[in-house]
Design a protein. Structure first.
Length: 563
């Protein structure tokens, strides 16, 4: 049996580990799915920011694209020969001057390696043409100087007619090439109007692209990371905080000191993903708990069934032995009487008494077994009637007075006066009180005390059956009303019993509408308390019990019966 018990524990542990493993895999899968949704949302937001930077870049790239279409060689020839600038180039510059994005147009004509000083021009809006100028503004000098430095590196390998460079957000410089001889014709510098760029272009563009009403939870800022300054925002009501930034995108070759920063913590997609994740996690948790609970319940049920089977096997061996004992005594006494070997009248009476006592003992055992069988089938006959519990208790004590005093017990009885009636089956009460007193007598070897107290509670009568016996250990108290259960100790091993009495008591008490509680201290004794609901006085008939009028004392009765 122990071998199979160990096997059951191994199976339970294996099943629990399997459930935990599968649960872990499912949680990991749900987490990865949630993270995938977060990453997908992040990539989508990055794509949106990339699209916005592309729009800004296209806004600036229109100028070099227009220059591509011009004949840069004719431009170079005209500047060298001091002839008028080609009309098509001048018209294009005139178009640029109308764009509020730029605050001026400056052009420097230069041959790399030439000893000639560079020719500098500024576009005159009044005259609609480039005019020679002595000195450039510092912002133009910085932009062209940066372009010259950068172009020295790859001028010989460059294959395109223009190269655009940005001096952060200050200016845009377009280097114009002669692709035939890989020479630089000149530098067109356009200082950027930052006020227009930020307030009239970037801010409206952010508001249109990332409208707070349609892009809920998403906020995008144009941020100057060098000065830690917010230049524009898609939702000015949301304050900028570095801790909330989840995505940063550069302007790719433009505005080195600026970038786009985005926060999208509460977007509908993320909220939906998080809600679905936690819903799935909750459903999975409930399912796992139910599965684990079911496994543990099945295991505990199997353990209880095993324990019950063991107790039944022990009970069968015990009751078989106890049945054989009275039968053997009765057979031996009957054989002696039938053979005529016993002729002395006193001995004949003694043998007869033995046969009678063993027959009574055998009948009690059979009655108890029948009661258990009927209780299991819920067929135990219970017919409650309105009774006076004090009268039933007195009647029982009177009938068993000789038995208790012969056994040397001191019986302390305390009954309150004028107790109300209860609904109770008298035969059930006799079985209940008989089993409780029998238990008290069995397990009180040294201090032979039996206390019976009947008193009124708030809405019930309470009957205490107390002994000063061996008591019941705390770990066994919850099992004392189980069938076939007996506390394992030296005294119970020497005491005859089947573990059925208290289970029958509980069944009868509950089927009479009452309750039974146990208070016990190991090696100090036990108190079984019976609770029976009181019958309302206006519904109580002036009936009798067994044909006798109920007797009530004017005062509480307390007395001691002893040998």
């Amino acid at each position: 049996m122990k071998k199979y018990a160990s096997f059951r524990w191994i199976l339970l542990a294996t099943g629990i580990l399997a459930i935990i493993g599968l649960t872990g895999m499912n949680v990991y899968y749900l987490y990865r799915l949630h993270q995938s949704a977060i990453q997908s949302n992040k990539e989508n937001k990055r794509h949106q920011l990339d699209e916005l930077t592309a729009k800004v870049r296209n806004r600036f790239i229109e100028v070099p694209r227009g220059i591509w279409k011009l004949n840069s060689i004719n431009l170079e020839d005209a500047l060298v020969s001091h002839e008028p600038i080609p009309r098509e180039f001048n018209n294009y510059l005139e178009k640029i001057s109308e764009d509020s994005l730029y605050s001026g147009i400056y052009f420097e004509f230069s041959h790399i390696g030439s000893s000639q000083s560079p020719l500098r021009f500024a576009f005159s809006v009044k005259k609609d043409r480039l005019q020679p100028i002595g000195q450039f503004p510092q912002i133009v000098n910085d932009g062209i100087g940066l372009a010259k430095t950068r172009m020295k590196v790859f001028v010989n390998d460059y294959q395109f007619p223009t190269k655009t460079l940005f001096d952060t957000n200050r200016s845009m410089t377009i280097t114009i090439f002669n692709t035939n001889d890989h020479s630089i014709i000149g530098y067109l510098c356009l200082p950027i109007n930052n006020d227009y760029l930020i307030h009239d272009y970037l801010q409206p563009l952010l508001s249109r692209t990332f409208d707070p009403d349609t892009q809920k939870g998403l906020t995008v800022w144009v941020h100057n990371w060098v000065k830690n300054e917010v230049l524009a925002s898609s939702n000015p009501r949301v304050a900028f905080d570095h801790k909330n930034v989840q995505l940063t995108v550069d302007f790719r070759g433009m505005f080195d000191n600026w970038n786009l920063k985005a926060s999208y913590s509460n977007t509908p997609v993320l909220e939906s993903s998080s809600t679905q994740f936690f819903k799935n996690l909750a459903v999975l948790s409930v399912g796992v708990l139910l599965l684990l609970g079911s496994m543990v319940f099945i295991f505990m049920t199997a353990q209880k069934e095993r324990d019950l089977a063991e107790r039944q096997a022990g009970f069968l061996a015990n009751v078989t032995h106890e049945l054989k004992t009275p039968i053997s005594v009765m057979m031996a006494a009957g054989e002696n009487l039938s053979d005529g070997r016993v002729r002395d009248p006193d001995r004949i009476m003694l043998y007869g008494r033995h046969i009678y006592d063993e027959a009574i003992r055998l009948r009690k055992m059979i009655d108890k077994l029948l009661d258990v069988a009927r209780a299991d089938a819920d067929q135990l006959s219970v017919k409650p009637t309105i009774v006076h519990l004090d009268e039933l208790l007195r009647k029982y004590i009177e009938q068993h007075h000789h038995y208790l005093t012969t056994a040397g017990y001191t019986v302390d009885i305390d009954i309150e006066s004028k107790l109300p009636s209860v609904s109770l089956d008298p035969s059930s009460f006799e079985t209940i009180i008989g089993n409780l007193i029998e238990n008290a007598v069995k397990y009180s070897a040294d201090d032979k005390y039996l206390g019976l107290r009947l008193y009124q509670g708030e809405k019930e009568l309470l009957l205490d059956v107390e002994d000063h016996g061996i008591g019941i250990p705390p770990n066994a108290q919850k099992h004392v009303f189980d069938k076939f259960f007996r506390v394992e100790n030296a005294l119970t091993a020497q005491t005859k019993g089947h573990g059925l009495g208290l289970s029958i008591v509980q069944y009868l008490v509950e089927h009479n509408g009452g309750q039974i509680n146990l208070t016990s201290q190991h090696n100090k004794g036990s108190i079984f308390t019976l609770h029976f609901p009181i019958i309302e006085q206006n519904n109580e008939p002036s009936g009798t019990i067994d044909g006798k009028s109920p007797v009530e004392s004017e005062t509480s009765q307390s007395y001691v019966i002893q040998e």
